[in-house]
Design a protein around this ligand. Structure first.
Ligand code: UD1
Length: 429
């Protein structure tokens, strides 16, 4: 298995291009199942999770074509992908494929809405808590689906198509909102989604569905209204920038010090996290096509955060922020309210010399003077990048094992950091 070696201590200076958002690209690709016409997606990141979903869609019979580069594009420009689901031959998503990535479960919605049946394995994905799918199933049942669990599969059927309904989520769920949106788009009548997720990725999916002919109002608020249509058409849509990648590199600069401009991204995607970073003494300046992040001299001030659904502080940046707080001048507290088990990075950060105490959903971090490099292990996607951030600021060498977690969500990580002065290299197994 590949490893990453980092020699810490260098400040970061330069420019980092931000990729298209993994968490937007995945539901957008899945939405291609809603139509027999071609969906063209621009700025799709090159990631292991995208490749895994491409295999799943291919297994259903979706044609997949990567369009070659055009003049003006660079090595960092994301891929343009054309997906055509004109010949779906199989409405089953098998365990071998779905177990590697949780979001692939969402194919259940377009398959059911368009073909009246779907059989999808219960999902796998990051080991960050139980991560059930009960609310996704509830949403589909409200729309009239008959659902049973059989041999580890969710088997969903509808006799005369889905029917619009009121779906009130008891808890904010991003995946639940994606599933409800896709299914309601082709249901008969009006669907009202209450307590909908307001994440930018939900808005991106809704905008793409609207281009495909869906009638959706209120995406980005907690009440979304969908008027079902009989059919959807092809469309062309650009994936929005990855706010988690943006926040991750901003925190890396806050930790090492330096001056980096993150391009092809937007401050409004990250409001709360950038405010928190500013409170730690990091200068954040919006620029034409991105964000300039600077910390020169001056220590890192401690700050407290609680993870929350958008527009709150994202759980997907919690581990990275904790890495930053390990070097803060004083005590900080981080409360994780979204996933109960999302503190696996704590023991690995401790191997670098961090002082962190856990008490249920609360982590109390006592800032230390310095971190020291050590061998550590990546445990999940966001946790592993927190170890990268810690290692960049640690004295000496850190070796990060099991980096396939990083490859699921961070495109060209070593190249992007290396270009800004980080000493980072991948050792191929
Ligand atoms: C998505 C993101 C993930 C992010 C998370 C929260 C993708 C591909 N993944 O995951 O990176 O960390 O949002 O912002 O976009 N829940 C239930 N029952 C359900 C569904 C969810 O109880 O049926 C709970 C979960 O256990 C969790 C909370 O709801 O406690 C939020 O989960 P959800 O928003 O659904 O996360 P995902 O969509 O899986």
């Amino acid at each position: 298995m590949d490893r990453i070696h980092i020699t810490g201590g260098a400040t970061l200076n330069g420019t980092i291009p931000i990729s298209g958002a993994k968490n937007a690209a995945l539901p957008l690709m899945i939405a291609s199942l809603l139509t027999g016409e071609t969906l063209e997606l621009i700025n799709v990141p090159r990631l292991a999770d995208i490749a895994a979903l491409t295999r799943i869609l291919g297994n259903h019979g979706v044609d997949h074509m990567v369009v070659g580069k055009r003049p003006g594009q660079t090595a960092e420009t994301g891929q343009t992908v054309r997906l055509t689901a004109s010949n779906v031959i199989d409405t089953t998503a098998p365990y071998e494929l779905v177990s590697t990535m949780r979001a692939s479960f969402w194919v259940i919605a377009p398959l059911l809405a368009r073909f009246g049946e779907a059989k999808v394995s219960l999902p796998g994905g990051c080991a960050i808590g139980t991560r059930p799918v009960d609310l996704l199933i509830m949403a589909l049942e409200k729309l009239g689906a008959e659902i049973e669990i059989d041999g580890g599969y969710v088997v969903a059927k509808t006799k005369n198509g889905l029917r619009g309904a009121e779906i009130a989520f008891p808890k904010v769920t991003v995946g639940g909102t994606h599933v409800a949106l896709m299914a309601a788009a082709l249901a008969y009548g009006t669907t009202v989604i209450d307590n909908a997720a307001r994440e930018p990725e939900v808005v991106d999916l809704a905008e793409c569905l609207i281009k495909m002919g869906a009638r959706i109002e209120g995406a980005g608020t907690s009440r979304i209204v969908v008027e079902g249509v009989a059919r959807l058409s092809g469309a062309r849509h650009e994936v929005l920038p990855d706010r988690i990648e943006t926040g991750t590199y901003a925190m890396a600069v806050a930790m090492t010090g330096g001056d980096v401009t993150l391009v092809n991204t937007r401050t409004d995607l990250l409001a709360s996290a950038l405010d928190t970073l500013a409170a730690t003494g990091t200068e954040i300046t919006p620029v034409a096509d991105g964000i300039r992040v600077r910390r020169n001299g001056g220590g890192i001030a401690p700050a407290d955060v609680t993870t929350d659904p958008f527009p709150g502080f994202p759980t997907d940046l919690q581990a990275q922020f904790m890495a930053l707080m390990t070097l803060a001048k004083g005590q900080s507290r981080i409360r994780e309210t979204i996933f109960e088990n999302r503190f696996m990075h704590v023991q690995e950060l401790a191997r670098l010399g961090a002082r962190i105490r856990l008490d249920g959903d609360l982590a109390v971090i006592e800032g230390v003077e310095r971190l020291k490099g050590a061998p550590v292990m990546a445990t999940d996607l966001r946790a592993s990048v927190s170890l990268v951030i810690g290692a960049l600021a640690a004295e000496g060498e850190t070796q990060i094992n099991r980096v396939y977690h990083l490859d699921r969500g961070f495109e060209a990580l070593e190249a992007k950091l290396g270009r800004c002065g980080a000493q980072i290299e991948r050792v191929r197994a």
